[in-house]
Design a protein around this ligand. Structure first.
Ligand code: SF4
Ligand code: SF4
Length: 400
């Protein structure tokens, strides 16, 4: 494992463990499987574990696994204040205490204001008393480093970056999103202020790995570097010295092993002109095919009408990055034939989802386009008939 330093000189593994995508078993986290994966990563030198209040079961699972293996003081925990739920100083305390309890610890090493998208959110937090709260928690040692995770535009990122003496920040960044959100401009601005940057969505929720178009996979496979698609995505990030930690949501041992190997070999500045040229070709192939730039982050969920927004968008993109058959088959499995109806036609156009989408997707409009494309005339009838015959009557979709 290689390490880069935080603002205070502490060594952080350049590969961080993203705890949002822990394997699930039934309604909860698969603790035993997750434990094996976390231990494999720890033994390979990973010391940064990133979770959040709103990741279902994640904080509690991480706390349990670290406690039962005696690892709490040998790793760094990053977790996040659900700032969108904060109304008062008392609510900040309430969520923080709950997080400490879930994580079975008395301090958080890296604490983030979760999912800022606009400077006004920081203003709201200030009015609730966040500045005094941060000073007190840092003085007591309950919070060791304070930061924020970000999904808005570059301008607002730069405003928030200078609004407080941050110890670190976290941004979405990958070779497809080089200029989206905080982007390379935000990354460099943070680095220029001595603020370490943690990267989320480095592989765009798998889109730069398994879900890459076959043409892009063939291009990568034929390159003399011999790197896998995941390796290209991660190495592109570590090629930039401004990047401190790259989070990967690992949920299999092979994934841990591959990422750890890459993290032990990547070198800042290793990319050649031909490496950049290859990724430009890959980006061109992806952009030409996708219908919507959804990363599957699920910040738009739950929809009050039960629409499975990321599921529909994922299937729609699969139609164009793989095949129409694959996309429609995926739709049937994940959306169309589920007992609980989740179709785009259930959308009542309330707009709630669009306020939370970090990619700025016009979700209502795109859902209608996706529906028409995924379920043209004969398919839509077929799904409706199947639902009427095969699914429990009280659960039937009203709309298909
Ligand atoms: S606009 Fe439609 S999809 Fe979005 S939250 Fe409202 S009902 Fe759900
Ligand atoms: S529509 Fe937006 S918020 Fe919802 S999963 Fe996709 S990228 Fe995330």
């Amino acid at each position: 494992m290689q390490y880069r330093t935080d603002k205070h000189g502490d060594a952080l593994s350049i590969l961080g463990y993203g705890c949002m995508r822990f394997s699930r078993k039934g309604a909860g986290v698969d603790i035993d499987k997750t434990e094996q994966e976390i231990l494999a990563a720890f033994k390979a030198g990973v010391n940064y574990f990133d979770t959040a209040y709103i990741y279902p079961g994640s904080e509690a699972a991480l706390g349990e696994i670290l406690e039962r293996n005696g690892l709490r003081d040998r790793v760094r925990i990053a977790t996040k204040l659900p700032q969108y739920l904060i109304r008062s100083r008392a609510s900040i305390d309430k969520y923080f205490e709950e997080e400490l309890s879930r994580l079975r610890t008395d301090h958080v090493d890296y604490y983030l204001m979760h999912h800022l998208t606009d400077y006004s959110q920081w203003e709201k937090l200030r009015k609730a008393g966040i500045e005094d709260w941060i000073r007190e928690k840092k003085a007591s040692g309950a919070v060791r480093n304070i930061g924020f995770s970000y999904h808005g535009n570059t301008d607002n990122f730069l405003k928030i970056l200078t609004a407080w003496d941050w110890d670190f920040c976290q941004i979405q960044y990958n070779y497809v999103d080089e200029t989206a959100q905080a982007g390379v401009e935000g990354l460099r601005a943070a680095a220029a202020r001595g603020i370490p940057v943690v990267i989320m969505e480095p592989l765009r929720g798998g889109k730069l790995v398994d879900k890459l178009p076959e043409e892009a996979k063939r291009l990568i496979a034929g390159d003399s570097r011999g790197w896998s698609p995941a390796e290209w995505g991660l190495r592109w990030l570590w090629n930039q010295p401004e990047v401190t930690v790259v989070l990967s949501g690992m949920n299999s041992l092979p994934m841990v092993e591959e990422n750890v190997r890459t993290a032990s070999q990547a070198v800042a500045g290793e990319f050649t002109d031909s490496d950049f040229a290859l990724l430009e070709q890959v980006k061109g192939i992806i952009r030409a095919r996708e219908r919507v730039g959804c990363t599957g982050c699920r910040y738009c969920m739950p929809c009050p009408s039960g629409v499975d927004i990321p599921g529909i968008f994922s299937a729609w993109n699969t139609m164009y990055t793989e095949s129409k058959f694959s996309g429609r088959a995926q739709y049937m499995q994940t959306v169309g034939l589920t007992v609980q109806p989740a179709a785009a036609t259930q959308c009542i156009r309330c707009g709630k989802c669009e306020k939370h989408c970090p990619q700025g997707i016009p979700i209502r409009e795109k859902l209608q386009q996706a529906h028409r494309d995924l379920l043209p005339f004969p398919y839509g009838i077929g799904v409706a008939v199947f639902r009427a015959i095969m699914l429990p009557r009280k659960k039937k979709s009203k709309t298909e």
